[in-house]
Design a protein around this ligand. Structure first.
Ligand code: NAD
Length: 250
């Protein structure tokens, strides 16, 4: 069964080769969606979109820039006439201890994760409200729920916890217009977000805390995003889905 036939889907931060966004974009395309990959660099985004097959679009968009978010969505509305799904996936992390978080660290991590999620949502909401349908899926993290302990510092946990609050309050506000907003909370997934800073000791310690005994794969997260994006989850809004191999059971 193809779950996103005739649907138009935006995935932010989806150009990273081993990333959750790319895997999600691929799965959405396999399920019949037309996908736009938004990322910092235009040519990388275009190349990632081309890999999905014909008809998909790659655009440069820094999600911390409100005008850039509005422009990207305006371009897509002109081409597509509608946006059915937004996946707020763009994110960065930093392995810092509380006393080492400088103002610029706070700004960088909060801006991409939380401000970016707000700005991209604001850009698609008017169209979704008009069409009386839409699904927004936000990438939070187990780090928000259990207070870090994976890789990112307290500012990352705060940003991802902020995303949960934003998700739930937006879900409540948009529900009367049949626009659903949900979050996914991945645990430890093998991607490049750790930027070479994950030491073998950290790796071992994290694995020891995962009952399933393995890291997650990007496709493990993509499957849950697909569920929330599609009509299979038609009565779910304001929820959070854990994808963590049992590392937080609550
Ligand atoms: P990744 O580093 O592989 O990909 C992130 C992408 O976001 C990159 O392509 C990057 O260019 C893009 N990006 C960064 N800043 C941006 C900006 N300002 N505007 C637009 N794009 C920007 O990371 P990933 O592991 O695939 O993570 C994807 C999401 O999942 C993130 O929100 C992350 O916090 C979350 N997450 C990841 C894990 C994990 O273990 N990998 C766990 C929990 C949550």
């Amino acid at each position: 069964m193809r779950l996103l036939e005739n649907k138009y889907v935006i995935v932010t931060g989806a150009a990273s080769a081993r990333g959750l966004g790319k895997s999600t974009a691929q799965l959405c395309a396999e399920h019949g969606a037309t996908v736009a990959i938004l990322d910092l660099d235009a040519s990388t985004a275009e190349a990632a979109a081309a890999e999905l097959g014909e008809g998909h679009i790659g655009l440069s968009c820094d999600v911390t820039n409100k005008k850039a978010c509005e422009d990207a969505v305006a371009t897509l509305m002109e081409k597509w006439g509608r946006v059915d799904v937004l996946v707020n996936n763009a994110g960065i992390t930093q392995p810092l201890k509380i006393m080492d978080i400088a103002p610029e660290n706070y700004d960088a991590v909060l801006d991409v994760n939380l401000r970016g999620t707000l700005y991209m949502s604001q850009a698609v909401i008017p169209g979704m409200r008009n069409q009386k349908s839409g699904s927004i899926v936000n990438l939070s993290s187990v780090s928000a729920q259990r207070g870090g302990g994976i890789f990112g510092g307290p500012h990352y946990s705060a940003a991802k916890a902020g995303i949960l609050g934003l998700t739930k309050a937006t879900a409540r506000e948009l529900a009367p217009d049949n626009v659903r907003v949900n979050a996914v909370c991945p645990g430890f997934i093998a991607t490049d977000i750790t930027a070479g800073k994950l030491t073998p000791e950290m790796n071992e310690q994290i694995l020891a805390g995962i009952p399933m005994g393995r890291k997650g794969a990007a496709s493990d997260v993509a499957g849950c995003v697909l569920f929330l994006a599609s009509d299979l989850s038609a009565y779910c809004t304001g929820t959070e889905i854990d994808v963590n191999g049992g590392s937080l059971i609550h």
